[in-house]
Write a protein that binds this ligand. Sequence first.
Ligand code: MN
Length: 347
Amino acid sequence: MLSKIITEENVKQAYALIEDSENVVIISHVGPDGDAVGSTLGMYHFLKGLEKQATVVLPNEFPQYLNWMPDSDTIVIAEDNLDATVQLLKHADLLIMIDFNELGRVNGLKPLIEVSNVPKILIDHHPFPADIADVVISHPELSSASELVFRLICRMGFAQKISKECAECIYTGMMTDTGGFTYNSNQSEIYVIIAELLRKGVDKDLIYKKINFSHSEDRMRLMGYCLYEKMKIYPEYRTAVIGLSEDELNRFAAQTGDTEGIVNLPFSIKGIVFSAFFREDKKRKKIKISFRSQGDFPANRVASEYFNGGGHLNAAGGDTKLSLSETLQQFVDVLPEYKELLSKVEL
Ligand SMILES: [Mn+2]
């Protein structure tokens, strides 16, 4: 039995909106990851089971290691299909936004959502959700939005309606947002849910292989290059830094998603508390930043205080408009400010 963490009021409101809807557009964040794609496709399969029209719209391309997910080929990529996206939002009678907490996270979809006057539901696990929906179901204590989608479906009384396809999507989101249940994954109810998903027919070992054993040789060599050539360790700050220029990314023919996970590699080293990954994006004229931390060191605080971003305690992101070397310098310059906090973290 799962505890009822979603309020009765939220469940009722969400159910009323879903019941009244016929054309639902489901949206997640830019740089879609396993949880973004898993939670939205999970919701999509659930709504299909209720005989609703549903479409997942993502701001930009999702990584190829997710393209085995059931009906992922129906996902509309807004960046590449602007006209179709405009039409979809125009004809939608309900928007369900999942796995993000403010419209700055959806790039080009932002103005389309802002002008839409249909009801909106937000389902998210990032702290401090903005006031962007009629129903806000926000639970930062959960490790994935996919888990929240599962809980909402069950609370609305449709546990029986969860298909194998829906279960596979939800499982994928739960697995990827916890690094294969290696962080943010000590809540026992996660495993109650997994047991339920397995009963629905999910092959969890196969999903692990599909996600993790599906990369290119180039990507593997890029990882090797990062570790051998690029990783800098600052032992006095228990911090690791990796920065990649676009030329370096091109050298390894890096595809969408190829740099994902690189930020976690330095945690293999004993004592590392904070890991930062910087990637040059010339097209968008910025440096994209990923922060990861261990224990109670607030990666999201560094992101929000200095790098135009935010996120979770242990996983955050941001960007700068500086050059790569200036950004790396800025990072090294602010580290002393966090030295005491970093030194206190117990691993
Ligand atoms: Mn998530």
